[in-house]
Ligand binder design. Structure first.
Ligand SMILES: [Zn+2]
Length: 421
């Protein structure tokens, strides 16, 4: 056996042992008397779960405008009898379920914001067992489910060694750029205490997101002196500089694996057909499964912009001024992976199997990106039984059996994670 083979074999057996350990832990959790009591409590809590789901869904929460929904959720966290219920400086609302002492802190997240702009009709409509409304599943269903799970833990007197921080966080979607979870883990008062993170988001229960797809987004504005298209012909032009930058960008080589991409999504600028523009802009999006490859494509993009500016300043007259590029970061989602060999990932996979799902490990762009990139074990799990997220006919199935089971999956994952290895 070569050294390399030996290392691989040792790693495999360590992973298998860890998987067995996680499997045993999960089995003992779900077959315990207190878990049975918690299941009964989830069952009895179902009408309240639906009520709170409707209340929360009908409070609009567009990106950067989550305040009203946050205030309502803060009250609900208080009613769920969590300790130290508060709003942080970024707008996240949270409370602690105190542990018996000694264990590391686990943070459980569901996001308050939806993708829908102000003015969207968020009134819920029940058709059969489907509750329809924009945002009802992503991620309001998880917010409501989290409350139900907390109450079930109390009703069943479930104890955990470490404290569990339950968070309704802001800024998960789009331009929110994960601002809520970034604040929580990088600046918030629990930043040094949180040792693992479970984010609950819209999506199926067999997918376990343990990889964060990193992205960087820029608004690049090319500026120049401008002038008359005929009278000032020969002066440098932001349009030509930007066109050159786009052409150079289009020729960049990126690997197929780890999947790495780049895009110019929006362009604009100028004032009239017979003017050399003073301003042109483009919005650029770059993504990669690998932090190294994301950095490479990012560095190449920066170089391309510089080269295009230099080229234009050489090609035409700068007598009235030069071309400059203002390169502004507008989005930064870090990438990385919580290895499948990690206890947290194995525990979540074991829970999925116990409930008859076939777990798959996925890469996503979720709140888990931030802890993953910081080296904190983190996953995003789905709350199940819904569809059409980010669309006007978004729905979740409010059948009792399905939601009690979703609550059980979340609870079992939390308990396994809270117990640690
Ligand atoms: Zn979501």
């Amino acid at each position: 056996m070569t050294f390399r083979m030996l290392v691989v074999a040792l790693l495999l057996s360590a992973t298998t042992a860890l998987a067995q350990n996680a499997e045993q832990k999960v089995q003992s959790i779900v077959s315990s008397a207190s878990f049975r009591d918690a299941r009964a409590a989830l069952d009895a809590d179902h009408p309240r779960f639906v009520r709170e789901l409707i209340t929360l869904t009908e409070i609009p929460a567009p990106p950067f405008k989550e305040t009203k929904r946050a205030a309502a959720y803060l009250e609900m966290l208080r009613e769920a009898k969590l300790a130290d219920v508060e709003t942080d400086a970024e707008g996240n609302v949270m409370g602690i379920r105190t542990g018996t002492g000694g264990g590391p802190m686990l943070a459980v997240l569901a996001h308050l914001d939806t993708v829908f702009p102000e003015g969207t009709d968020v009134k819920t409509k029940l058709e059969g067992t489907k509750l329809h409304a924009p945002g009802v599943g992503d991620d309001t269903g998880a917010l409501a489910l989290m409350l139900s799970v907390v109450r079930a833990m109390d009703a069943a007197k479930v104890q955990t060694p470490g404290d569990i921080l339950f968070v309704g966080n802001v800024g998960e979607e789009g331009e929110g750029d994960l601002r809520g979870v970034k604040y929580l883990l990088q600046k918030g008062k629990y930043r040094d205490r949180i040792k693992s993170v479970i984010s609950i988001d819209g999506g199926s229960q067999d997918g376990i997101v343990n990889g964060g797809l990193g992205s960087l987004r820029y608004r690049v504005t090319f500026k120049g002196p401008g002038g008359h298209s005929y009278g000032a012909f020969g002066l440098v032009s932001p349009a030509f500089a930007m066109g050159d930058a786009m052409a150079r960008l289009s020729r960049l080589q990126v690997p197929r694996l780890p999947r790495t991409t780049f895009n110019v999504g929006v362009v604009g600028g100028g004032t009239s057909v017979n003017s050399i523009p003073t301003d042109m802009f483009m919005l650029v999006d770059m993504r990669s499964e690998s932090p190294d490859e994301l950095k490479k494509v990012h560095d190449a993009f920066q170089r391309v912009v510089r080269e295009a500016v230099d080229e234009e300043n050489k090609a035409r007259s700068t007598a009235e001024g030069k071309i400059v590029a203002d390169v502004k970061l507008i989005g930064d989602r870090p990438s990385g992976t919580t290895p499948t060999s990690t206890y947290l990932v194995q525990a979540a996979a074991s829970v999925a199997r116990v409930y008859g799902f076939t777990p798959t490990f996925e890469i996503g762009s979720t709140d888990a990106n931030v802890p993953i990139a910081m080296g904190i074990p983190a996953i995003t799990i789905g709350r199940g039984a819904g569809g059409r997220s980010h669309s006007m006919d978004e729905w979740i199935d409010v059948t009792k059996e399905k939601n009690v089971q979703a609550g059980e999956v979340v609870l079992a994952t939390i308990l396994a994670a809270a117990e640690g290895r």
